[in-house]
Design a protein around this ligand. Structure first.
Ligand code: EPU
Length: 335
């Protein structure tokens, strides 16, 4: 279905006003393929909008917004140890995680309560609490928006990286994910290594699949603002990666700098800490602000515009650059 002049406020978790000139939804691949063959998407500026949980609108959208509503979760294959399941790109991510935990399948539980749709998980390679979507994705189906060609690639071919994948690089723009396959374990392999996950599961009575999901939900609810109350898009910036040498220099001046050493010796530095050290945590300018409990999350207290949030983010970036000589890169996509 194509609609004209659609208000996107309820389609982005920052709660920003923006009008899409055209808005196309599909709930079957056939609907999408028909629209492609009828030329409805041809020569148009396309914006694929899933749950809108990683986007900052700074203006109206002149082109066409494509919003997947393909539902359905299926069992695909099963052996003694693992099950392969698949989900339509329009399924709410957390509905899939909830369903997997209820069915005793492990692999997605640490990614509980992340807003957004299934289709974004391979694109963004979502990650939290020591787990990334790439740990379980085995296949992705996507459609070329120009030719209507259906493609499937293996998880191992998706060039997954930290919040990165082939869908943000070579396959950017012209392709839309329609279905994703995940390989889950029938014998829970539980990961409580990150931060206070172990402590929280112990408080809930022990380490098991439902408790991990609940622990993650509790931690996220404590730290991160609920987008239905306070507009936000989770982490605004990525955690910067510095070389071993850069880390050594930083540690001389800032011995407490929180970081995580990667296999090649480089290190991911906590952007939230850098921002907090620059005095931004809890800062508010009009209705744009920095969350008081997680400095990496920028918030819209009500009537902030995308431009105001962007301008605040640029000031944050400059002050981190001045103090630490580190350039923050956005995780959120600016439109
Ligand atoms: N910290 C501060 N100040 C703060 C918050 C955190 O100094 O206000 C420091 C603490 O030392 C803490 C460290 O930063 O130990 C890391 O904080 P946290 O565990 O909250 O994680 P994060 O690195 O800020 C990342 C992801 C989140 C994900 C969490 C948990 C990125 C960009 N963000 O945040 O993902 O939920 O880890 O795994 O990698 C998202 O991408 O939208 C997102 C929310």
């Amino acid at each position: 279905m194509t609609y004209k002049n659609v208000q996107l406020r309820n389609y982005n978790t920052f709660g920003l006003y923006s009008i899409a000139k055209e808005f196309f939804t599909f709930n079957t691949e056939k609907m999408l393929l028909d629209a492609i063959s009828e030329g409805k998407l041809r020569d148009k500026n396309v914006l694929i909008l899933g749950g809108g949980s990683n986007i900052l609108f700074t203006d109206n959208v002149e082109g066409i917004v494509i919003h997947p509503e393909t539902k359905g979760i299926s069992f695909e294959e099963r052996n003694d140890d693992r099950v392969i399941i698949s989900a339509g790109s329009g399924v709410q991510w957390d509905d899939l995680v909830k369903w997997s935990v209820e069915n005793g399948l492990s692999g997605l539980e640490n990614l509980s309560f992340i807003p957004g749709l299934v289709g974004a998980t391979p694109v963004q390679n979502i990650g939290a609490y020591g787990v990334e979507a790439s740990d379980t994705i085995v296949k992705v189906r996507f459609i070329d928006l120009e030719t209507g060609k259906i493609n499937e690639i293996k998880g191992s071919e998706c060039s997954f990286g930290y919040r990165n994948s082939i869908f943000k690089q070579e396959l950017r723009k012209h392709f839309i994910v329609t279905r994703v396959w995940y390989s889950l374990s029938l014998h829970p392999v539980l990961n409580t290594t990150y931060g206070d996950v172990k402590e929280e599961t112990d408080r809930l009575g022990g380490t098991n699949l439902p408790n991990i999901r609940q622990a993650i939900i509790n931690i996220r609810q404590r730290k991160l603002p609920d987008p239905s109350i306070t507009g936000n898009a989770g982490s605004f910036f990525r955690n910067p990666v510095v070389t071993q040498e850069e880390l050594a220099i930083l540690k001389k001046s800032f011995p407490d700098i929180p970081h995580f050493v990667l296999s090649d010796g480089s290190a991911k530095v906590a952007a939230a800490w850098l921002i907090e050290q620059c005095g931004w945590k809890g800062y508010r300018r009009g209705d744009a602000g920095v969350h008081p409990r997680q400095a990496l999350v920028l918030v819209n207290y009500g009537k902030a515009t995308g431009k105001e949030i962007l301008s605040l983010s640029e000031d944050i970036k400059s002050s981190v650059e001045n103090r630490f000589k580190i350039t923050l890169c956005r995780e959120v996509e600016v439109v």
